[in-house]
Design a binder for this molecule. Structure first.
Ligand code: SF4
Length: 69
């Protein structure tokens, strides 16, 4: 069985500088203060997997992870 990869954002760690949104807006929602959360249920379509990893690597707060649960 292929498990869905999901983008998970720890909103307590997020400092709201929007780098993730700039990289992969398809997977991120930001509130009025710039704080990020995963769009929808966070599922990462295969064509966005590379950009999702880039967002993980570029979050200065280490707030983003990719889960395969
Ligand atoms: S890059 Fe990290 S800290 Fe910045 S908005 Fe995105 S999740 Fe939050």
């Amino acid at each position: 069985m292929i498990r869905a990869m999901k983008l998970v954002i720890d909103t307590e760690k997020c400092e709201g500088h929007n780098r993730c949104y700039a990289i992969v807006p398809e997977l991120i929602e930001v509130d009025d203060y710039g704080y990020a959360s995963a769009a929808g249920d966070g599922t990462i379509p295969p064509e966005l997997a590379e950009k999702a990893q880039l967002a993980v690597d570029n979050c200065p707060e280490y707030a983003i992870t990719i889960s395969d649960e």
